[in-house]
Each structure stands twice: as C-alpha cells, then as structure tokens.
Ligand binder design. Structure first.
Ligand SMILES: Nc1ncnc2c1ncn2[C@@H]1O[C@H](COP(=O)(O)OP(=O)(O)OP(=O)(O)O)[C@@H](O)[C@H]1O
Ligand SMILES: [Mg+2]
Length: 259
C-alpha cells in the first residue's frame, strides 16, 4: 500500500471505532504507533469518555509519541508508548530494581504496560507531594492520558528553549523540586534535564516513566546525574551553582565527601 492509502485506511479504521481525528492535516500517522493493541486501548478510552478527539502530534520521542487531545472541553495530552520500537533493555533495568514492579513478567508488551502504569503512579506521587507535574488522568495498556500543559493546543516550551529572566530563581526552584520529590514523593526523577522540564511562569517536571523509588539500587546514582544535569545547564546560564555534593547531601541527608 502506498503511504497515502495506508493513511486513508488507518483514518477509516479509527473512524469506524468512533475515534475522531480533530485536525486531519496535522495528524501524521507515525510508524509503529498505532498497532492493534494501541487501537484497542484507544477505543476503550474513547468508549469510557476519557478522550473525545485526538489532535496533532506534539512529539515523537525515543520510546513514546505524545499527541494533543480533547476530553470534551478539556485539553489533554495523550502519551503512547510504542510497543515495537521501545528500548526494551534500558526499560528492564529501571523496572527490575523497583519493588513496585519487580514482579512484572518481562515480555515486551507487559513491560511497556508496566512502564505506562509506572509513569502514571510516579506522576500521581509527585502531584500528591505538591509538585507541578501534569495531572495523570488514566492509563490503559500503553497509553497514558494526562492534563495538557500549554495554551491553545501549544505545549509550554521546554526549559532548554526558554529565555529565562531570573535563572537564579528558577535554578533554586528546580533544586527544591528535586528535594521535595526525594523527601516527600520518595522518588528520583532519573532523566531530569532541560528537555524534561517545561516552563511557563515557573518550571514543570514531566516525563516520569523512568523515575524510581528511593530504594532502587541505582536511585542515588540517578539522583546525582539529575543534579549534575541541572547544574550544567544553569552554569551555562551564568548562575553560581552549588556543588553537586552539597546538594546531594542536603537532599538525601547523607554525608558523602567529595572525592
Ligand atoms: N502533559 C503535557 N502537556 C503538554 N505537553 C506535553 C505533555 N507531556 C509531554 N508533552 C510534550 O511532549 C514532549 C515529550 O514528552 P515526554 O518528555 O514525556 O516524552 P519523551 O521524551 O518522548 O519520552 P521518552 O523519552 O520516555 O520516549 C515534551 O517535551 C512536551 O513538549
Ligand atoms: Mg522527554
């Protein structure tokens, strides 16, 4: 089938399922995203009224695609983990050390489903700790639906592209978020950088599929890496950053001496 024909057939399939595509021109079917499993999950979510229309693609990442969507009048973000192209090996190592998910059998599909659920519950924990993250609404199989952070279907920009007015203040905010995440939500983000922070008036943390509980065997390594990423970014912005060991010790209450 030609690509266009394939697209038509796909659109028809969605239409049959009652899934409304909002902005057909803007909606590019990405390779490997909408397999049978995903369509079925979408269908269920539509049926249960968690979602009324799928809008344009916001992002195609390493493991997931994010789409804009509507739930009635409310804007939502639909994150779909690709079952086929997801990075299976890396994901496994994050799941095995996490006591919440270590019982998961490691077939590809089950792992992706567990990952989706893990992102949902990580966002929930972060939110309960009072942190600015998207509100997780529901998950089904490899699909996570959350509140949309943005205006008029345009997501807030990633921190890396923002002209920050008071970088020192934003730096402090982000370090405080790392601390709250660790002490209250008992989580380490695990992939914190200017890519996974959106900014509008203040920073928002996103992308928590890989976040781990404090008792994960590599939690402290991940924490140090997060701190280093944030320090590197703000140092380039001209901030006088605190030493990574000082931050690490304050967050964890440990007393690790700088080598
Ligand atoms: N809740 C949201 N509201 C608005 N935009 C979002 C939301 N979640 C994600 N996005 C957009 O999609 C982009 C990618 O999201 P995210 O970082 O969660 O996925 P990813 O990096 O592709 O994930 P992975 O690395 O696990 O594949 C974000 O940078 C942001 O632009
Ligand atoms: Mg990301």
């Amino acid at each position: 089938m030609s690509f266009e024909k394939e697209e038509d057939a796909f659109d028809q399939r969605l239409a049959e399922m009652g899934i409304r595509i909002k902005d057909a021109d803007n909606f590019k079917v990405s390779e490997n995203v909408f397999d049978e499993v995903t369509l079925l999950a979408l269908y269920k979510l539509v049926h249960k009224k968690w979602l009324t229309a799928i809008g344009g693609s916001i992002s195609t990442g390493k493991e997931a695609n994010v789409f804009y969507g509507d739930r009635g009048d409310t804007a939502i973000a639909i994150k779909i983990y690709r079952i086929q192209s997801a990075n299976f090996t890396t994901m496994s190592s994050y799941i095995t050390g996490d006591r919440r998910f270590s019982h998961v059998k490691k077939s590809r599909k089950e792992l992706i489903f567990a990952w989706t659920k893990k992102e949902f519950s990580n966002l929930m924990r972060a939110r309960e700790a009072g942190l600015p993250v998207p509100e997780p609404l529901v998950w089904d199989r490899n699909i996570l639906i959350m509140s949309f952070l943005g205006d008029d279907q345009v997501p807030y920009p990633q921190l890396r592209t923002v002209e920050i007015e008071q970088p020192d203040r934003v730096y402090k905010d982000i370090i405080a978020m790392i601390e709250t995440l660790y002490s209250k939500a008992e989580l380490v983000h695990g992939d914190l950088s200017e890519f996974n922070i959106l900014y509008h008036d203040h920073p928002y943390l996103i992308d928590m599929g890989q976040s781990v509980t404090r008792d994960h065997p590599r939690a402290l390594q991940f924490l140090m890496r997060d701190i280093r990423n944030v320090n590197r970014f703000f140092k380039k912005k001209g901030c006088s950053v605190k030493s990574e060991y000082e931050i690490f010790n304050k967050v964890t209450g440990l007393n690790v001496a700088k080598p």
